[in-house]
Ligand binder design. Structure first.
Ligand code: ADP
Ligand code: ADP
Ligand code: ZN
Ligand code: ZN
Length: 744
């Protein structure tokens, strides 16, 4: 069975057009095609989804209930699948308890090591677990940080109590806690807080004061706003939901735990040492250094533990993550770093005949690091696994046993098989990818002249070695260097020392009702056009109104709350996902109902809608290569790269005075062809007087920049220096310089 390959018949997920394809097993197969052509729909939403579903069905129901849910894809049939492991760029959870050490299991081995051979001898490995009551610091419960009140943000001094001077949720006028301080007859509820004296304010906030202060008149049991706030919101054992967290974020700040200073462990566990180092010190060492250190453990009784620990640490080094430290919270890792960490987990696995599915594994990798990633893909294959990769980088295409191109174009113009064969054969196949591969851009020979510069002075953030550097204004600058060399750290420092707009890949919105049209602000004009044409109120066409489907409240889907599991989402049966009542769906503009408009792609909408306000706003989205998105597609379904492009579109429309823009790998998820479009829009930002700073590995992007700042030479403590700054044509003798002059 293993050599028969994976037979996919009549795949119809998203834009796939009854696609038939046979994917060979036990090979590295790279899927290419323009952005939005359907690669992810085929690889993730069809192949991986069906493999996950089939595997899921083999478990007895009581186990199934504990596993993530897979929805069955729209496909005629798939044969020849095996258990699937999806290695995507989704960041590693929002869980503060997850660190590089816990996620790679290295922490487990380190704990074992300490439990066996540390001095003084402590006992069990749970004593070194910050997720176990036996080991955790009691002050921060093993988080290493505590959430503290930001009292300076609690009050609006220009208002009186009656006007809502206390800004905390639940404390506002009419709020549950308001009466607690406003109705006790002690404070002047009409005097703006600015005119209160210090003692009065302290009495309100802390319920304390000196003789003669209002505190002496406070009712027994009055706690003060701060104490009360901390009791209701901070010192509870409830897990906070996202909405509550967001509401409280304004009034709190994270501080390093005063007790363990970030080591997360209790006092006894913090004191134990191995080779003269505490476990906290080891958690702060770079993996390179730690791997070296633990070879010094000679005690034979722990040899297997040291061997297992070393193997994991070496795997991290191999994959270019030797610059990380085990104590690093996984929430601070970039998408690319998260993905490589996940890969480490599987490298150590001895399972074979698995199906590994990767989403752009080269994101965040310098040309220099890409070869270690491609080696790893080959290693997985050579152990007898099938490796499917969605990728735009020619260096990955070059190692493929087979290339499959989905296309020819995006959205409704894609979704078919346009090429299947070798990389060599692809070059002459006449497809969009073939065309892009044949155009190698030269280094820019007429860079723009900077209008001035801004200075980042004495930067020491993370690994930066007291760096002072001038960033030219009015041009495009690219920050380069191997992964971990300090590019993001320099960019963060730039943001800290100057105002800048960061256009990152974080989600645009967590609201499931947000779509490209609500985000671009054209939902309102569209509703007005419907109202005008049909002589009815515009409100009917809002998904929050009485015109919305009563069953799903205009969401088109209903989610079933399954208590401790992830919510299950299904298409609303009442409206079939069309979100409005049948009466509202009768109203038309240009022959289209409001739901038909949601189904149009941005490109189609520009062609078919006549209203100029509407089409003008949509054009910016089309220009950054997002024309294939549907107007009603929830923004929560966008990838990181797509979110970033949506933000660029918004900046193109909204920007006013000269602005400094910082973008982290804007080419993520972009086909070579779409990169051209993106670059011309970044160029237009610069032509309008703005300054653009990019962190980027893509060689074509680097070649087209006006200025380059190359960091290195190595990652982590081996980096953090400026190797070169100046026009791109002038760079020599660094890893980046070499990569620029190589041909693929
Ligand atoms: P690629 O991976 O090649 O960039 P995708 O498979 O992500 O392309 O997208 C192919 C098409 O399917 C696009 O038109 C995209 O807008 C659409 N699409 C992707 N995800 C969804 C979704 N969750 N719901 C509806 N349409 C989607
Ligand atoms: P690049 O962007 O070039 O990949 P970074 O600036 O992200 O490099 O990282 C430079 C060094 O700083 C690395 O050793 C990295 O582990 C460290 N570092 C980056 N972010 C953090 C953080 N939030 N906490 C601790 N160390 C960090
Ligand atoms: Zn602590
Ligand atoms: Zn409905």
């Amino acid at each position: 069975m293993s050599n028969r390959g994976i037979r996919i018949r009549r795949a119809r997920t998203h834009n796939l057009q009854d696609l038939d394809v046979d994917v060979p097993r036990s090979q590295v197969v790279v899927f290419v095609g323009v952005s939005g052509s359907g690669k992810s729909s085929l690889v993730f939403d069809t192949i991986a989804a069906e493999a996950g579903y089939q595997l899921h069905e083999t478990f007895p129901p009581y186990i199934r209930n504990r596993l993530p849910k897979w929805t069955r894809p729209e496909v005629g049939g798939i044969e020849g699948l095996s258990p699937v492991v999806v290695i995507d760029q989704r960041r590693l959870g929002g869980n503060a308890r997850s660190t590089v050490g816990t996620i790679t299991d290295t922490w487990t081995y380190l704990r074992l090591l300490f439990s066996r051979v540390s001095t003084p001898h402590v006992g069990e490995s749970s004593h070194f677990s910050f997720n176990d009551p036996a080991g955790m610091c009691p002050t921060c419960s093993g988080i290493g940080e505590v959430v503290a009140s930001a009292v300076d943000r609690f009050l609006d001094l220009d208002k009186s109590l009656r006007e809502g001077a206390v800004l905390l949720p639940g404390f506002a006028v009419g709020g549950y806690w308001y009466t607690n301080f406003a109705d006790i007859g002690v404070f002047d509820v009409d005097k703006p807080l600015r005119h209160w004296n210090r003692t009065e304010r302290d009495a309100l906030l802390y319920g304390i004061g000196s003789a003669g202060s209002p505190a002496n008149r406070l009712p027994k049991g009055y706690q003060g706003v701060v104490e009360r706030f901390e009791r209701i919101y901070l010192r509870t054992s409830d897990d906070m939901n996202d909405r509550k967290k967001e509401a409280l974020a304004k009034f709190t700040r994270s501080e390093m735990c005063p007790d363990c200073c970030g080591d997360r462990l209790n006092k006894a566990s913090r004191a134990a040492t191995v080779l003269g180092h505490t476990i906290g010190e080891m958690a702060r060492m770079e993996v390179d250094e730690l791997a070296e250190l633990v070879t010094g453990v000679t005690d034979a009784t722990v040899a297997p533990v040291v061997a297992a620990l070393t193997e994991r640490l070496q795997a991290m080094i191999t994959i270019g993550l030797g610059y990380l430290h085990l104590g690093r919270a996984t929430t601070t890792l970039s998408g690319g770093e998260s993905q490589r960490i996940k890969t480490v987990k599987h490298l150590g696995s001895s399972l074979t005949e698995m199906l590994y599915v990767f989403d752009e594994p080269t994101v965040g990798l310098h040309t220099h690091d890409i070869s270690s990633m491609t080696e790893l893909l080959k290693q997985l294959r050579d152990k007898g696994n099938s490796v499917l990769v969605v990728e735009h980088d020619p260096a990955v295409m070059a190692i493929a046993d087979q290339i499959i191109e989905v296309g020819p174009l995006a959205g409704a113009h894609g979704g078919t098989l346009v090429y299947q064969g070798s990389f060599r054969g692809l070059r002459t196949a006449g497809t969009a990818t073939a065309a892009a591969l044949s155009q190698r851009r030269p280094i820019k020979d007429d860079p723009r002249t900077p209008r001035g510069h801004i200075t980042v002075a004495d930067a020491t953030r993370n690994n930066l070695k007291n760096v002072t550097v001038d960033i030219p204004t009015g041009v495009t600058t690219v920050l380069t260097g191997v992964a971990g060399s300090g590019k993001s750290s320099l960019a963060s420092e730039l943001v800290a020392q100057h105002d800048a707009v960061v256009i990152d890949q974080k989600q645009v919105s967590t609201n499931r009702r947000s779509t490209p049209i609500t985000y671009t602000g054209i939902a309102t004009p569209i509703r007005k056009v419907f109202a005008r044409h049909n002589q009815v109120p515009a409100g009917l066409f809002s998904a929050n109104s009485e015109g919305a489907c009563p069953e799903c409240k205009g969401l088109g889907t209903v989610s079933t709350d399954l208590a401790f599991m992830e919510d299950q989402e299904t298409v609303c049966e009442t409206c079939q996902g069309r979100r409005f009542t049948p009466e509202v769906l009768e109203y038309r503009v240009d022959g289209l109902s409001i739901a038909d408009i949601d189904d149009l792609t941005i490109t189609d909408a520009i062609d078919r809608l006549s209203d100029r306000t509407v089409t003008k706003a949509l054009r910016h989205l089309d220009e950054v290569g997002l024309g294939y998105l549907r107007l009603g597609q929830p923004l929560t379904s966008l990838s990181g790269g797509e979110c970033q492009r949506v933000k660029i579109a918004k900046e193109l429309r909204d920007s006013t005075g000269p602005t400094l823009y910082i973008l982290d790998e804007p080419t993520t998820g972009l086909h070579l062809r779409d990169i051209d479009t993106l670059l011309s829009h970044l160029d237009s930002l610069v032509d309008h007087g703005h300054t653009v700073v990019l962190i980027e590995h893509n060689l074509d992007v680097i070649r087209r920049a006006d200025w380059i700042i190359d960091l290195g030479p190595g990652p982590g403590k081996h980096g953090g220096q400026i190797l070169y700054q100046g026009p791109v044509a002038g760079i020599t003798s660094t890893a980046t310089a070499e990569a620029l002059r190589e041909t693929v």
